[in-house]
Design a protein. Structure first.
Length: 536
């Protein structure tokens, strides 16, 4: 591609500004990388591939808690064992016809099954994203459609490689992601005609180039054109070192999903559970280091030896012999008299705070010393999940919602979405969630409805007419929505009317059959009476 000097300079300037803004975060993130999220890219240093990454860790509570945090979020928000979302449309209510409702159910299943294909990589990518959220407060998930495989693919990119920017409403709509490529890889990706001469000259060397992928809203877009260089989001691959643009294209939707765990006003990057308990993580590592040394001294203490009278070297292995001159003092172990129990107790306190900072006691089912019924266990878990509503709501808005909308758009453009019913044409797409975390938020509503019904039961025994104020059909449908019951097992209103008409007809026929003998006897008696009257 023939590059435009002004355009590449503008890209480099934007990239430099984003790198400068992020600098103040990197030392903080690097500490977390060293002590918590060890299996990710470094922020301000470069380690040799295959090098030891846990050299600074003396206590594994924080890495373990992060693993449980990621697994717990994945289980409660996007559990692959059951569909955790429902496609809806804004303003959708019970007036939608059966065809529209079934279309929504079918498309929801289609997207869910697409996510379940192992080749998409969605589940491992989401797990990595949740881990980054717990460690750094910000995750980066990429989604695109591979036409050759007819498949949607997901990738989670390290935060160390990504630089983000926000729109005026605080939504992440810009990202510059760096990656290292050899000259051969650059030529393979972009073609020899689109690569500068200096890169081609290094084809047979191991030199690596920093290539940057930039995606941001296109400000000079002509909405009347639908070419790849005129889409809502611009996509550029360029090199700061070469000052060269390798390719330009675009996206219909922003392909990077950048959730934040929590965010302070005026900041672009998120805050994480690891940041909350980082002082405790650093402290417990130092305490563990000291306690290990103290335990070594207690188990294998230093020896006090007279300065003469013993033959060196001293042998302290089991069954070994040490020779000394007669009349010299014996070897005495040096007792430190350190209180290991105090150190262990303090460490347990720090561990408990770290575990709670990562919400492990909320996300995982904990063992209880007291006996509880299954209902009490479920109520307690739902109560804890409801307390995470602010964070879960942010994840649904910044990750899950944009991810599903992008998936719908990709599948629709690939002609894999069934034709939409006419009644839904032009209505904006909407979503609802049915994950365990989302169900917990609705648990209070369901409990209130059930308690109301229970309150009416004793009153109905006194005055049955009080039940006339209830719409039991409406109750069944509301509870079905709360419990995320599939529309495939619910009858439509027309089908319910038909079933009731058939039942009424059957009951009427049964009554008629029961009355038939009595009616026949009455008719016979009337006939005999008429005959007697005529004979008389």
């Amino acid at each position: 591609m023939e590059y435009n000097g002004n355009r590449v300079n503008a890209l480099i300037d934007h990239y430099s500004r984003l790198k400068t803004y992020r600098t103040q975060w990197e030392s903080h993130w690097q500490e977390i990388r060293n002590l918590v999220r060890i299996n990710t890219t470094d922020f301000n240093s470069s380690q040799t591939r295959g090098a030891q990454r846990a050299e600074n860790i003396y206590d594994g509570t924080a890495p373990w808690s992060l693993e449980q945090f990621g697994a717990g979020l994945h289980s409660h928000l996007t559990n692959p064992a059951s569909r955790w979302f429902n496609l809806e449309f804004q303003g959708m209510d019970a007036t939608l016809d059966e065809e529209s409702l079934m279309w929504l159910e079918e498309v929801s299943d289609l997207i869910y099954f697409e996510y379940g294909v192992p080749e998409t990589g969605m589940n491992p990518a989401l797990h990595e994203c949740y881990m980054d959220l717990g460690a750094f407060g910000t995750g980066v998930l990429f989604q695109d459609y591979v036409a050759d495989k007819q498949l949607i693919v997901f990738r989670c990119f390290p935060l160390a490689d990504c630089f983000i920017d926000e729109s005026a409403d605080g939504t992440v709509d810009t990202i510059f992601r760096k990656t290292l490529m050899t000259s051969r890889q650059v030529v393979q990706k972009f073609g020899e005609k689109n690569v500068p001469e200096k890169v081609i000259k290094e084809m047979h060397t191991e030199k690596k180039w920093e290539i940057v992928h930039a995606v941001f809203p296109r400000s000079d877009r002509d909405v009347r054109k639908l070419s790849k260089t005129n889409m809502p989001f611009a996509s550029f691959w360029f090199s700061e070192e070469c000052k060269y643009i390798f390719s330009e294209s675009g996206y219909h939707e922003f392909p990077y999903h950048v959730p934040r765990w929590s965010k302070l006003s005026g900041e672009m990057y998120g805050r994480s559970p690891a940041m909350t308990c980082l002082p405790d993580i650093k402290m417990i590592n130092q305490m563990s280091k000291v306690t290990i040394k103290a335990a070594q001294k207690a188990v294998d203490p230093p020896l006090m030896v007279p300065d003469d009278g013993f033959m060196l070297p001293l042998k302290t292995a089991p069954s070994s012999l040490m020779f000394y001159q007669q009349g010299t003092d014996p070897i005495i172990p040096l007792e430190s008299r350190g209180r290991l129990d105090i150190g262990l107790e303090m460490m347990d306190q720090r561990r408990d705070h770290i575990i709670k900072s990562f919400f492990v006691d909320w996300l995982l089912q904990q063992k209880n010393t007291t006996e509880m019924t299954a209902t009490e266990v479920m109520d307690r878990r739902e109560e804890k999940l409801r307390m995470m509503a602010p964070m879960i709501g942010r994840l649904e808005g910044e990750l899950l919602s944009v991810m599903i909308r992008r998936t719908f758009g990709l599948l629709a453009r690939a002609n894999r979405i069934p034709e939409m019913p006419a009644s839904l044409q032009g209505i904006p797409l909407d979503l609802s969630y049915s994950s365990p975390a989302a169900q917990a938020q609705l648990g209070g509503k369901a409990a209130a409805i059930q308690r109301f019904m229970q309150d009416l039961v004793p009153l109905a025994e006194v005055d049955p007419s009080i039940m006339d104020s209830l719409n039991l059909d409406g109750f069944a449908r509301v509870m079905a929505d709360i419990r995320d019951v599939s529309r495939k097992i619910l009858r439509s209103e027309a089908e319910v009317d038909q079933v009731r008409q058939q039942r009424a007809q059957q009951e009427q026929a049964a009554q008629m059959s029961q009355m038939a003998p009595a009616m026949a006897g009455s008719i016979k008696d009337l006939a005999q009476a008429d005959q007697m009257a005529m004979g008389g």
